[in-house]
Design a protein around this ligand. Structure first.
Ligand SMILES: Cc1cc2nc3c(=O)[nH]c(=O)nc-3n(C[C@H](O)[C@H](O)[C@H](O)COP(=O)(O)OP(=O)(O)OC[C@H]3O[C@@H](n4cnc5c(N)ncnc54)[C@H](O)[C@@H]3O)c2cc1C
Length: 276
């Protein structure tokens, strides 16, 4: 049986990176009072292609729930059907959607969290961040982060592909527990920021955090033992006081997962969404 779908109308479109052909799209579902979803989920979009075939694709919601509106962040894929259909959709045009779907959502209780994304994998991270630090709607001005440290590690090839940079820089300036770490894999000589791949910076965060936690762990161990502890007992650091959320293409997701499992992380601490 076909799933029920809704009609979503494009109310605003902006090209946010000419070089990467990336579009920010804002939709409204007029037949609904609200589209309820958890930050990080995706929506399925449907449209008929040039051969009369119904095509369905998944797109992460790039906004937090806000009445009957939702936002997407879509890159044109050369030769692809749906990404070009969305990028070419005029304001006022419609698509069919169903959802929300997916389990790429913040785990409760909230812990310190590392968000890792490349390219349009930033979409669910924007949704998470909007939910944690709402700026619009009935929760505007609230802070749901509970003082947990949140790191966003975002990797792109070029500076012009740092989607939503102004937004994330503003959140980082306003909330000292939100850390925005951006790195370019093909930076020009004049780039003074970070270079290289996201997994490297995820490693730095984990190392630094372990170093900070080590004295506390030593103290706990020393308090329960008459044997002097010569080295920090890093393996004893309690698990599940931190999660990592990864979104993007499979190669990057695998590299970050490998990095974290190398630190002995449990697979339940590593939540991921693959686009390919
Ligand atoms: C859960 C989920 C969430 C997603 N969220 C987003 C999102 O927020 N933004 C977004 O832009 N995309 C997202 N995607 C990818 C999206 O669903 C489509 O796969 C993508 O837009 C390409 O669709 P298309 O119809 O244009 O290309 P297709 O016609 O499906 O494919 C054309 C060719 O491009 C290749 N291809 C497919 N996808 C990609 C890709 N991502 N990069 C490079 N080559 C590709 C295919 O192998 C094929 O050869 C998500 C995917 C999943 C599974």
């Amino acid at each position: 049986m076909a799933r029920p779908t809704q009609t979503a109308r494009l109310v605003k479109k902006a090209c946010i990176s000419e070089s990467a052909q990336c579009y920010h799209l804002e939709f409204v579902i007029e037949e609904l009072a609200s589209l309820d979803f958890a930050a990080g989920q995706f929506i399925s979009t449907l449209a008929v292609d040039g051969n009369g075939k119904l095509q369905t694709r998944a797109y992460s919601l790039a906004s937090a729930a806000n009445a009957n509106k939702f936002e997407l962040c879509v890159n044109r894929v050369e030769g692809g059907f749906f990404s070009n259909h969305l990028a070419d959709l005029p304001e006022g045009g419609t698509i069919q959607v169903h959802g929300p779907h997916g389990n790429f959502t913040l785990r409760a209780p909230l812990t310190d969290s590392i968000f890792v994304a490349t390219g349009t994998g930033i979409a669910p991270m924007r949704s998470f961040t909007q939910w944690l630090f709402p700026e619009a709607g009935e929760h505007a001005g609230q802070d749901r982060s509970q003082g947990k440290d949140i790191w966003l590690v975002y990797g792109t090839r070029h500076e012009s592909e740092l989607y939503y940079r102004d937004y994330f820089e503003r959140v980082a300036a306003e909330h000292e527990n939100f850390h925005y770490i951006k790195t370019l894999s093909r930076a020009p000589a004049e780039w003074s920021g970070l270079r290289g791949y996201v997994q490297e910076y995820v490693g730095h965060i984990v190392d630094e955090r372990n170093r900070k936690l080590a004295p506390a762990v030593e103290a706990v161990v020393a308090g329960h033992s008459s044997v002097a502890v010569a080295e920090p007992v890093l393996a004893e650091i309690p698990a599940f006081d931190i999660h990592t959320y990864i979104c993007g293409l499979n190669n990057m997701v695998s590299a970050v997962r490998d990095k974290l499992t190398g630190y002995g992380w449990h697979k339940k601490q590593i939540i991921f969404e693959r686009y390919d």
